[in-house]
Structures are given as structure tokens and as C-alpha cells.
Design a protein around this ligand. Structure first.
Ligand code: PAF
Length: 311
């Protein structure tokens, strides 16, 4: 595995790999790699790609007062995790390499980023879309792997790639969970032991909501109210939102028909945690995985999103 720090190095390596008939699998991250990231690298390798993992804490996607400075940066552990997962290259640029001057050009996707995460963090998705577009431009033609945990981000990145005709296949990969259902996130390290015990309520509430839909509930308001009530009943959780959306357009669903995606967010002390679950178009329920193994990949197949390339 080679560690790269300049855009020129990345361009030279990825161009050479493509010229030799290879396929590049881009895995954009902000580091603090956990088993969710490792599963993305594993998916790229399993698809036969040379995996390019990027580790860059992108200042553009943090607003003033957010955790940019405190964001975990365990680079040695990240390099070891990327190597163990089979990465070919890890790109670790400095801020000056990515943004040698203040970017006057930014990428924003009308509508898709306004609600949910966008309502709490109005500048966030333009920062994500801008850095991901830069990473696509730096890497060139590739498959690019994103986790479904950040489902809204996944929808936005997919739309950017399609709208700008970027030569990128966006691949959405299933959420990796702790055995008690908590979705893996780099921000879980901020949870106190009591908050960690409380946090799986987010996933439980979502699974119950999917069960309601599987049982025939069609009122979006009833589904959202159930999630809010379950989360609000947990004293260490501060409910933020619950939404029922069309998984492709991210538009609020009028009816809670099987096939919709259910998303929610809540604050547990310092971190705001996000989660979401699919609902089966056939109407079955995504039961919580209870297992003796350390980690579970939740239900839902890895779905390539074509058209360039899925928070
Ligand atoms: O999901 C993340 O870690 C970030 O938003 C991403 C996609 C790496 C862009 O900085």
C-alpha cells in the first residue's frame, strides 16, 4: 500500500492503473476508520478494483462551532486499517493541497440537501458535494463507494455525478451495526458509557416504524410520531427529526408505502447520530440483528447507483 499526499501522485497512479486495464475503487473518508469504512474498502476490493482510500477532514463541510478541530485524526491506525482491508493507495492531502486558495466555485444540489441534515447544517452538503466532486476529478473514472448510513449524502453525491456526467459509478453499501443495532460512526467515540447504552434506541425506533409499515400503517404522520415518541422517551436522547422519503428522490412520501426509506437523527450528549432503514417493497420487516458476532451488516443489498455515482 502506498501513501500519497499530492493530487499529481493520485492522478499518475490511477491513470496508470486504468491504462493497464484496471478499475479504480474510490473510498472517500474523513479518517477515524471503523468497520463501516473497512466494509467499503472490502467492497471495492471484492469488485476487483484498486482501492484508493482518501483521508481528508474537509473543512468546507463544517460550520463555525462544529467539531472540525476536535474531529478524531488517528492517522497511523487509519493507515493500518486501510492496509489490512486491502487498499492499494491512501491519499492523505493537507488542506493546502486540496484548497490552495479559497474556493469560489462550489457544488450544491438544489432541494436534496435542504431538509433533514441540511436543516440542522445548512452549509454542510455544499461542502460535501464540493469535496467529493474534487475527489472525482482528481481520481478520474472510477467506482466510488459510500455508506448508506449517510443516506442523504449518498443521494446527493449520486445526483452530482449524474447531473455533471462524471465518469463515476456511485455504489451505496449497507450500514454496519454493533450487535445492539447502533450504526457505526466515527462520532460514536464521543458517547459516554450511559449515552452508548441509550443510543440504540434510534435504530430500535426505526425498526419499529418499518414494522408498522409492514403491518399496514400508511400514515406518514403516525410513523414519524412513533419514532419521535420512542426517542423522546429515552432521557439521554434529544430527538431531532424523523422522515419518511422516497429513496431515490429523497422527497417526503405522501403515504408510508412499502419501499419508502425511514430516516431519523437524535443528539446523545455531544454527538448527533443519524440512522435509517429501508422498508421492503414486499412488506417484510428489517428485524434488528442480534448476534454473537462483533458486528453486523444490516439488511439491504449493496446497490450500485448509476449515473456518475450515495449521507
Ligand atoms: O462521509 C464522509 O466521511 C464525508 O462526508 C466525505 C464523503 C468523505 C466527504 O468529506
Amino acid at each position: 500500500m502506498e501513501v500519497l499526499s499530492t493530487i499529481d501522485q493520485v492522478r499518475a497512479r490511477t491513470a496508470r492503473a486504468r491504462a493497464a486495464g484496471g478499475m479504480v475503487g474510490l473510498v472517500p473518508t474523513m479518517g477515524a476508520l471503523h468497520a463501516g469504512h473497512v466494509s467499503l474498502i472490502g467492497a471495492a476490493v471484492a469488485d476487483g478494483c484498486d482501492a484508493l482510500v482518501t483521508v481528508f477532514v474537509n473543512p468546507l463541510q463544517f460550520a463555525a462551532g462544529e467539531d472540525l478541530d476536535a474531529y478524531p485524526r488517528p492517522i497511523e491506525a487509519d493507515l493500518a486499517a486501510a492496509q489490512a482491508a486491502g487498499a492499494t493507495w491512501v491519499f492523505v492531502p493537507g488542506d493546502g493541497e486540496m484548497y490552495p486558495q479559497e474556493p469560489l466555485t462550489t457544488v450544491s444540489v438544489a432541494g436534496l440537501g435542504d431538509a433533514m441534515e441540511g436543516a440542522s447544517r445548512p452549509t454542510h452538503f455544499a461542502g460535501v458535494a464540493t469535496v467529493v466532486t474534487k475527489l472525482f476529478a482528481i481520481t478520474g473514472a472510477c467506482r466510488a463507494y459510500f455508506g448508506e448510513k449517510d443516506f442523504q449524502q449518498l443521494a446527493i453525491v449520486t445526483r452530482v455525478a449524474a447531473d455533471l456526467s462524471l465518469p463515476v459509478d456511485v455504489v451505496g453499501c449497507p450500514i454496519v451495526r454493533e450487535p445492539d443495532g447502533l450504526a457505526l460512526s466515527s462520532r460514536n467515540v464521543y458517547l459516554t458509557p450511559d449515552e452508548r447504552t441509550a443510543a440504540p434506541v434510534l435504530h430500535r425506533a426505526l425498526v419499529e416504524a418499518a414494522d408498522l409499515i409492514a403491518a399496514g400503517e400508511r400514515s406518514v404522520q403516525a410513523v414519524r410520531a412513533h419514532i419521535e415518541a420512542r426517542i423522546t422517551a429515552e432521557p439521554l436522547a434529544h430527538f431531532d427529526y424523523a422522515e419518511v422519503v422516497d429513496p431515490t428522490t429523497m422527497q417526503p412520501a405522501e403515504l408510508a408505502l412499502p419501499g419508502v426509506r425511514i430516516l431519523a437523527a437524535a443528539q446523545f450528549g455531544i454527538p448527533r447520530l443519524l440512522d435509517n432503514v429501508p422498508t421492503d417493497p414486499a412488506g417484510t420487516s428489517p428485524a434488528i440483528a442480534l448476534s454473537t458476532s462483533d458486528l453486523e451488516v444490516s439488511t439491504g443489498d449493496r446497490a450500485p447507483r448509476r449515473g456518475g455515482r450515495d449521507t
